[in-house]
Design a protein around this ligand. Structure first.
Ligand SMILES: Cc1cn([C@H]2C[C@H](O)[C@@H](COP(=O)(O)OP(=O)(O)O[C@H]3O[C@@H](C)C(=O)[C@@H](O)[C@H]3O)O2)c(=O)[nH]c1=O
Length: 180
């Protein structure tokens, strides 16, 4: 795998390293040792599938509070998404900053989302599937959300979302701490 560290420390864009032959290619999509070399010690404990018939479907921005924070390894297995993360680590120099990246089925590209980051995406095509491994189990009481259009973050979505769950439309404005 080929790791690119992003401007949000601990978040990585990961490309697969293709071993190609006449059949196609083989590639690893997760490897404990390779991830550990980049300081990623969290391991998958659950894997989730998200299927989205319609372009413009937005899910997010979600996170779980400690001690149930989740590291997520996200890939798009059909169609395309614009995947977005927000650094919510209060001690981080990039606290409150967001980053967006396009993930498509054809590129096989992945995004590694560290714990204590919010995560969400909008589908760029109809019939888009997202597959992600997570390092902690689902803990409903610890779930939190940030509204996709919360002015505190000013995420620039590539298209106007047309389908957002009731729950995701109702997240209150986030109280961003001011760093001194
Ligand atoms: C996340 C999750 C949901 N559920 C249930 C709760 C609910 O009835 C149904 C749909 O849940 P949600 O509306 O929260 O699904 P969704 O909006 O797709 O939530 C997901 O969004 C993306 C962006 C993430 O990063 C994920 O971690 C997760 O938060 O599935 C589980 O049973 N286990 C789970 O792990």
């Amino acid at each position: 795998m080929i790791f690119f560290e992003t401007e949000l420390a601990g978040a990585f864009i990961i490309d697969v390293e293709r071993m190609a032959d006449e059949r196609g290619f083989f590639a690893r999509s997760w490897c404990q040792d390779e991830f550990a070399a980049y300081g990623i010690t969290a391991a998958p404990l659950q894997a989730n599938l998200s299927s989205n018939p319609r372009r413009g479907t937005l899910r997010g921005m979600h996170y779980q509070l400690p001690p149930h924070e989740e590291t997520k390894l996200v890939r798009c297995t059909r169609g395309a998404i614009y995947d977005v993360i927000i650094d919510l680590r209060e001690e981080s120099p990039t606290y409150g900053q967001w980053l967006g990246i396009e993930l498509t089925a054809e590129s096989f590209r992945m995004l590694l989302v560290p714990g204590r980051f919010a995560h969400g995406f909008v589908t760029l095509k109809d019939d888009t599937d997202v597959f992600y491994q997570v390092s902690a189990k689902y803990a409903p009481g610890f779930e939190r959300g940030i509204r996709w259009n919360d002015p505190a973050f000013g995420i620039e979505w590539p298209l106007q979302p047309t389908l957002v769950s009731e729950k995701d439309q109702r997240h209150p404005n986030f109280n961003l701490l001011v760093h001194h």
